[in-house]
Design a protein around this ligand. Structure first.
Ligand code: PMP
Length: 986
């Protein structure tokens, strides 16, 4: 973004006076002025006759002359300092020889500065590559130059000086979040208490963030601007402010923040006290920002500056608190490379594990099937059971595990940075080398039991930890290699049936390294920042007497995708440019290999949800017993066909089984043709019916095939989609679609076209869940039937029960088709499709000879079909679609009312679509829709755009979705929309 200026003469007071003021007081030949936004000062850019620009700054009345003089002195100092490789504004001298002049109202003070030309970093969801490092380096150089700047008048304090954080937050205590903010600040203060007396105090910029730099064409920092917060403060605060600001971004913001800290440190080395204080200061800064915004908005709810920034500031705080202080300090030390070396010669802390079995706790492991992983303590129980079964067991270092947090946390802790050893209780733990005992154990994850832990800070600096071991030595005691330092504690509460002296493994001891001083890392860490964790807490295999783990699952990011791209036809697209790799599903969640469970809002096929055990068991049993084809005689076929026909309207009592929606539609076309002896088909625009030759011929969605409308074969006749949101007739004009259709039928008659029938969806699937106008199908089908045609309902996408109020889609239109084509959800993802029709029509089809589909109606498929119908019933999933669908639709409508870019919410039940538009129905906005989907993925939510314009958010989750998941989804969408609005307004 370059600094584009608004037009002259916006009527602003300062603007009106600026031109004569700069001319007369500073003697500069101004040709044009324009206002520049600012929080408190009035800033006016003046273009001069020679083509250059200057900035007139009129400070707010609260700013003293001495403060401005101090700022000026800092600018002069930096202007000539050799460490400063970037530009800073230079001061212009007035005709009277002064750098500060009274403004025309005599209350405020004015200065004229050179204008630092360049581009402002874009307020994007993700910062440009390298920007964090560039900013960190700039902050470091600035801090270095200011270290020797000594100006007695330099202001102290102020609300942005983190030494005054408590006063700012106390001022907000009476506001809703105040108490919580104060408690957070207190935690930060106590964490840095040991360090703050030795923190260096010097002149700092105080607000060096992406907002206050300008870039050159290559994206490097050309200049630093806005020295309004220059003052004395902690040196560490300079980089903490920058690191905090980087946490507003999506992606890996902690990683970005740490890159900035590392770049700062390379220019201006941080002392140990700075490192200890750094993350507490990041948290303090975020708390101060949130508290200040709350105060400003309480006093002046219309303050747009605070309104716009508040969501991003809350985000900074949220991200800052995503790490414990201990974790953050380990990461900071890793990012700065201030780590101890890993000792190469150590003795095992626990003996006898050389041949222990290795447990697989990865996402793909069978131990997680049937949703066991969603229960607290599952991993521990699994390990203890494995231990009881096979004896001593160890887990894998650097494995992403699946934990219940995958569902509740956006960035769940999943990466194991140690090895868990499953051993008999009482097993001794020994010092791996000479060193000094440290005790830990404070680190208990939420919901987990607090475990004793003991470790040894080795003489060579690294710390070896044993969590779950009762210490036998005191902290600070010196130990030699091989000395006993602890004993494994029984985890009997987890397996109450065992215990005592059975000799069976019943304890879990977590063994790990930490190269960052005597800090104790957690068992599992979030997968972002994982490269730093691997450096700070390397493979502890040697500590359990084993050869190092070969990192099997840490293949280069994108390697599998490259293989897919190499082997799979490009037309077979995949969602997302950087798709997560999903290897497990559970109910309405998909789990990636890093142990993150994404809310699946689009898998309408998995109607029962993913991994449904009743289905899995039924399939496994049938597959093991018999799978053959429908020319043989077996019970499953009869049972399923009967169950399916029983769900269809009376008269539709004959079933043909195939494998997909395309096949079902294709077969329906053939059936209609056979029944009528005609070949022409009527279809609607904006629809997709499948990929086979027949189904494709009647598919018209230009979102799927841009040339669809121009390339339909001559036997296909089209009616305009009755889209009442964006189409020709809207709102009360909806009935006109039927009138138009009837006119079109008359025209076909006149042209001598005899229709075999019509194929249409009862609700537009690919169109984004748009409902047909009331009475549309009733009127249209009546007219088609009057002409001897057959009416086919393509129920493939809407499938069973999704509309909540209705089982079939056509019921919503109050009609009964002659032929139903259905698939997708009927197999919950297993290939299964069906045509259901009348005996008469089915018999007419027999004239074309026999019909056979090798896998259609196989025993396994039929068992799948019957089980889906049974579970749907048992779990009242149609009712769930009604109840939860209403919650979802209401929530979406509430969001659409707040964010203009969200337009109409289409559909019903759990068959919904949200328009993304700019300026209303005629401004479909596919780019924003796509960007929202990418942002939602970051929040752990899967949504994709659909529709002719690819601008409708498709919302068709498995019918298992519950109120909690809906709440999570709506909160994620709200956050994404709010931050998008903030960034757009900046
Ligand atoms: N009809 C409709 C309405 C559909 O949505 C689809 C698939 N999107 C099909 C038919 C084709 O089904 P399949 O992909 O199972 O062949």
């Amino acid at each position: 973004m370059t600094i584009d200026l608004p037009p002259d003469g916006s009527g602003d007071d300062a603007l009106t006076g600026a031109m004569p003021f700069v001319r007369e007081t500073f003697g500069l030949e101004v040709v044009r002025v324009a206002a520049l936004g600012s929080n408190e000062d009035v800033n006016v850019v003046a273009s001069l006759a020679d083509g250059s620009r200057v900035l007139l700054k009129v400070s707010h009345p609260g700013i003293s002359r001495t403060a401005l003089e101090a700022q000026n002195a800092a600018l002069r100092w930096l202007g000539q300092h050799s460490a400063v490789s970037f530009e800073v504004p230079a001061l212009c001298t007035s005709l009277g020889g002064r750098e500060i002049e009274p403004w025309i109202d005599d209350e405020r003070l004015a200065r004229v500065l050179t204008f630092v030309e360049g581009a402002l970093p874009a307020a994007a969801a993700r910062p440009a590559a390298g920007l964090a490092t560039e900013l960190g380096r700039t902050a470091g150089r600035l801090a270095l130059a200011l270290a020797t700047f000594d100006q007695p008048e330099l202001p102290d304090g102020g609300q942005w000086d983190l030494r005054n954080a408590r006063a700012v937050v106390e001022d907000a205590v009476s506001l809703s979040l105040g108490e919580e903010l104060l408690a957070t600040l207190a935690a930060a203060e106590s964490r840095m208490a040991s360090a703050d007396s030795s923190l260096r105090v010097q002149a700092i910029h105080g607000d060096l963030t992406a907002d206050n730099v300008v870039l050159d064409d290559a994206g490097s920092v050309r200049g630093v601007i806005d020295f309004g917060d220059v003052g004395r403060g902690w040196l560490a605060a300079e980089i903490a402010v920058l690191a905090c600001s980087l946490l507003q971004h999506d992606g890996d913001p902690v990683e970005e923040a740490l890159q900035a800290v590392a770049a700062f440190d390379r220019e201006c080395p941080l002392a140990d006290a700075d490192i200890v204080a750094l993350w507490p200061l990041v948290v303090s800064r975020a708390v101060v920002l949130v508290a200040s915004a709350a105060r400003v908005l309480a006093d002046d709810p219309s303050n747009t500056y605070a309104q716009v920034r508040a969501p991003l500031e809350r985000r900074m705080l949220e991200r800052a608190l995503s790490l414990s202080f201990e974790e953050a300090e380990i990461l900071v030390r890793a990012a700065l490379g201030r780590l101890a070396a890993m000792p190469s010669d150590v003795a095992p802390m626990i003996a006898g594990l050389e041949d222990a079995d290795e447990a697989d706790l990865s996402v793909a492991s069978a131990v997680h099937s049937s949703g066991g992983w969603t229960r607290e303590g599952h991993i521990e129980k699994t390990l203890l059971q494995l231990g009881g079964f096979v004896g001593a067991t160890v887990t894998r270092y650097s494995e992403h595990r699946l934990t219940p947090g995958a569902i509740t946390e956006v960035l769940p802790r999943s990466l194991a940075i140690g090895i868990d050893a499953v051993v008999p209780a009482g097993t001794v733990v020994r010092a791996p080398a000479d060193g000094v005992v440290v005790l830990g154990g404070a680190v208990a994850m939420e919901g987990a039991e607090a475990l004793a832990s003991t470790g040894v800070v080795l003489d060579r600096g690294a710390t070896a930890w044993a969590r779950g071991a009762e210490p036998t030595r005191l902290a600070g005691e010196r130990v030699r290699a091989g000395d006993v330092i602890g004993r494994a504690v029984a985890r009997s509460p987890l397996v109450p049936a065992r215990g005592g002296d059975t000799g069976l493994p019943e304890a879990i001891v977590g063994i790990g390294w930490c190269l960052a001083g005597g800090l104790e890392p957690p068992v599992l860490v979030a997968p972002h920042t994982e490269s730093l964790w691997r450096v700070a807490c390397p493979d502890p295999s040697a500590l359990v007497g084993r050869a190092p783990e070969i990192p099997t699952q840490v293949s280069a990011p994108g390697a599998l995708l490259a293989r897919r791209d190499a082997i799979f036809a490009t037309v077979q697209e995949h969602y997302y440019a950087e798709p997560p790799q999903f290897e497990r599903g559970w109910r309405h969640h998909l789990v990636d290999t890093k142990g993150r469970a994404y809310l699946d809002m689009i898998n309408n096929v998995a109607i029962l949800g993913h991994g449904e055990p009743r289905l899995t068991d039924a399939v496994a049993a049938q597959m093991a017993r018999l799978n053959t084809n429908s020319r043989f005689h077996y019970e499953a076929l009869v049972e399923f066909s009967e169950a399916l026909a029983a769900r269809a309207p009376d008269g539709l009592d004959v079933v043909l089984l195939v494998n997909s929606g395309s096949e079902a539609v294709d077969l329906a076309i053939r059936v209609a043709r056979a029944a009528t002896g005609r070949s022409d088909i009527l279809a609607l625009t904006e629809a997709y019916h499948g990929w086979t030759v027949g189904a494709d011929a009647i598919s018209t969605s230009i979102g799927d095939n841009p040339s669809a409308l121009a390339t339909r074969p001559e036997w296909v006749h089209l009616l305009d989609a009755p889209n009442t949101y964006r189409g020709r007739h809207r709102g009360t004009g909806a009935p006109l679609y039927l009138a138009d259709a009837l006119v079109r039928l008359d025209a076909l008659d006149a042209a001598g076209v005899a229709l075999a029938g019509i194929v249409s969806e009862p609700i537009f699937g690919n169109g984004g869940g748009t409902l047909l106008p009331d009475g549309y199908l009733r009127g249209l089908w009546k007219a088609v039937r009057a002409r001897g045609g057959v009416c086919v309902s393509d129920e493939v996408q809407v499938s069973y029960g999704r509309l909540g109020e209705y089982f079939w889609g056509f019921e919503q239109q109050g009609v009964v088709p002659d032929v139903i084509a259905v698939a997708k959800a009927m197999g919950n993802g297993h290939p299964l499709g069906a045509v259901i029709t009348t005996r008469e029509i089915a018999d007419a089809f027999a004239v074309e000879g026999s019909f056979f589909s090798s896998a259609g109606g196989s025993p396994v498929s039929c068992v799948v079909g019957s089980t889906v119908l049974r579970v749907l019933e048992e779990d009242s999933l149609q009712e769930n679609a009604l109840v939860v669908g209403a919650l979802l639709a209401n929530g979406l409508r509430a969001l659409a009312a707040r964010y203009p870019v969200l337009g109409e919410v289409h559909g019903m039940g759990l068959y919904l679509g949200v328009e993304v538009v700019s300026g209303g129905p005629d401004g479909p906005d596919p780019d924003t829709a796509a960007a929202i989907c990418v942002d939602l993925l970051e929040e752990g939510v899967i949504v994709q755009p659909t529709g002719d314009h690819k601008n409708v958010l498709k919302i068709k989750p498995p019918l298992t979705i519950d109120a909690d998941a809906v709440e999570r989804f709506l909160a994620a969408l709200d956050g994404v929309m709010e931050r998008r609005a903030s960034r757009a307004a900046m």
